[in-house]
Ligand binder design. Structure first.
Ligand SMILES: [Zn+2]
Length: 405
C-alpha cells in the first residue's frame, strides 16, 4: 500500500518544510519532498493541506487512559489505552506499571509482552514496558502505594528481565540497598535505568551514573532537592539532573504538574535534546472532569487551578487530584495537550516543542534510528495537527488509526 500525505507544513523536527509531500510505502516513509514527488510516484493522495504534519508523539511514561489501567493486565485494557492516546497524537509508548504486589506486576508484564508482538492491537504501538516501582524510596513515594514499596532486589529483577524481553525501562531509587547493583544489572541487559521517586544526594547520584543510570523520571516530581544536614548543604536529585550532562530527563508537561518556570529552568540547563515531555497519564486520561478511582483510592478530575499558580493551564484541561485535593494523583493529559502547554504556556518555538515529544524521547530510549523523525526509511508514524493543536489524523506504521478531518 502506497499513499502520499500532502500538508501545509512539516516539522521533521529538525527543520520545517512548507507545502510538503510525505510518501508512505507499507510501514515506512519512502520519500519526503514537494509536489514534484506526486508526478514521479503513483500514489493515493491523503490531502491534509490546511494542517501541520509532525512525527508521531512518543510517550515514555504512560499508565492508562480511556478508563483503563496498564495494571489490569489484559489486552483489552492495553488496547483501550493505545486507542485513547492515539487520539492525542501518540503513535508509540512505554506501558508503565505501578508499585503493586509481585503477582500483579507479572500479570501486567505478561499482557504487555503479548501486546508488543501482536499485530492485533489497534491504536498506538506499545514499545515495551516501563517498570515504575516497587523499588522506590518511601520518602518520595508520591502517589505510589507505600504498602508495596521495597528495596531493589537484583535477583528478582533478573528473573523479570529474562522472562519478559519487553521490559525496556526501570525506574528505581539508586540510593536504596541493592540500588547500584540493580543499575549494573540493567546496564548489562541494555535496559534503561532511570532514577525516580528518589531521595538521593548529589554524591549518591554520581555513584548511580557510574553504575549505569542514564535518565531521571519526572524531574521535580518525587525528586529530592537541596537539604541541610547539620551545618552542611547537600544537593539532591533535582540539582544533579540539571548539572550532569550524563543524565537525560522528562517533564510532566500537562500545564498543571509543573509551572512554566521549572520547565524553563530544566531546558536552560539541559536543552531540548536531553529533556523530553511525558504525560504520566492515568486511567482517567481522555475522560473529562468527574470522580474516579485510582488503585482503590477515590480521586477527582477537575480543571480548577490554585489562584496563585504561575500560569493558566490550557483551557478546559484537567488534572487528577486525591479526594482531599492535597496532592496530584496523576495527569489526565493526552500528548497534544503537552505540546500545547510547551508552546502556549512555556513559550517554546513549535519546532522545539515538537522535538521534545518526538525525536528526543526516541533518542533517550535508543530508538531514534527508526522512530521520532520524518525521513526516508523511518517508520511511518505521523500526526496531523491543526493550528490549535487538535489532532486531525494519527498514522501508526503506515496505518491511519485515528481521523477527525
Ligand atoms: Zn508514573
Amino acid at each position: 500500500m502506497r499513499f502520499a500525505i500532502v500538508g501545509k507544513k512539516l516539522m521533521t523536527p529538525f527543520r520545517i518544510f512548507d507545502d510538503v509531500v510525505v510518501l508512505v510505502e507499507g510501514d515506512r516513509i519512502s520519500a519526503v519532498g514537494n509536489s514534484s514527488l506526486l508526478s514521479r510516484h503513483k500514489a493515493e493522495v491523503v490531502d491534509v493541506r490546511d494542517h501541520l504534519i509532525s512525527p508521531g508523539f512518543i510517550d515514555l511514561h504512560l499508565h492508562g487512559g480511556g478508563g483503563r489501567d496498564v495494571m489490569e493486565g489484559t489486552p483489552e485494557a492495553l488496547e483501550t489505552i493505545a486507542e485513547t492516546h492515539a487520539r492525542g497524537g501518540t503513535t508509540a509508548f512505554l506501558a508503565t506499571t505501578l508499585t503493586a504486589p509481585l503477582e500483579q506486576i507479572h500479570a501486567a508484564l505478561e499482557a504487555i509482552s503479548r501486546a508488543c508482538t501482536s499485530e492485533e492491537i489497534a491504536g498506538a504501538k506499545i514499545l515495551g514496558a516501563h517498570l515504575e516501582g516497587p523499588y522506590l524510596n518511601p520518602k518520595q513515594a508520591g502517589a505510589q502505594n507505600p504498602a508495596y514499596l521495597r528495596n531493589p532486589d537484583p535477583k528478582e529483577l533478573e528473573g523479570l528481565l529474562k522472562k519478559y524481553p519487553c521490559l525496556k525501562r526501570v525506574t528505581l531509587a539508586p540510593e536504596l540497598p541493592g540500588g547500584l547493583e540493580t543499575g549494573r544489572l540493567l546496564r548489562a541487559h541494555d535496559v534503561m535505568a532511570s532514577i525516580g521517586h528518589s531521595d538521593a544526594t548529589y554524591q549518591q547520584i554520581l555513584e548511580a551514573v557510574e553504575a549505569g543510570f542514564s535518565h531521571v523520571t519526572h524531574l521535580f516530581s518525587a525528586t529530592s532537592t537541596v537539604k541541610r544536614i547539620e551545618a552542611y548543604r547537600f544537593a539532591g536529585v533535582a540539582e544533579a539532573t540539571l548539572l550532569l550532562d550524563a543524565l537525560s530527563t522528562e517533564l510532566i508537561a500537562d500545564g498543571h504538574h509543573l509551572p512554566p518556570s521549572l520547565i524553563k529552568l530544566a531546558l536552560r540547563a539541559k536543552g531540548t535534546d536531553r529533556v523530553c515531555a511525558v504525560t504520566d497519564a492515568i486511567s482517567a486520561a481522555g475522560l473529562g472532569p468527574g470522580e474516579y478511582e485510582l488503585g482503590g483510592l477515590p480521586i477527582i478530575v477537575e480543571s480548577e487551578v490554585t489562584s496563585d499558580f504561575e500560569a493558566q493551564p490550557p483551557a478546559g484541561s484537567c488534572v487528577a487530584k486525591l479526594a482531599d485535593r492535597s496532592a496530584f494523583a496523576g495527569s489526565v493529559a493526552l500528548m497534544n495537550q503537552v505540546l500545547q502547554t510547551l508552546v502556549n504556556l512555556v513559550g517554546l518555538p513549535l519546532v522545539e516543542a515538537v522535538k521534545m515529544v518526538t525525536w528526543t524521547p526516541a533518542h533517550i530510549l535508543g530508538i531514534s534510528h527508526e522512530r521520532g523523525l520524518v525521513a526516508p526509511g523511518m517508520y511511518a508514524d505521523l500526526v496531523v495537527l491543526d493550528d490549535a493543536f487538535s489532532v486531525k489524523m494519527t498514522i501508526v506504521e503506515g496505518k491511519i488509526v485515528y481521523q477527525n478531518l
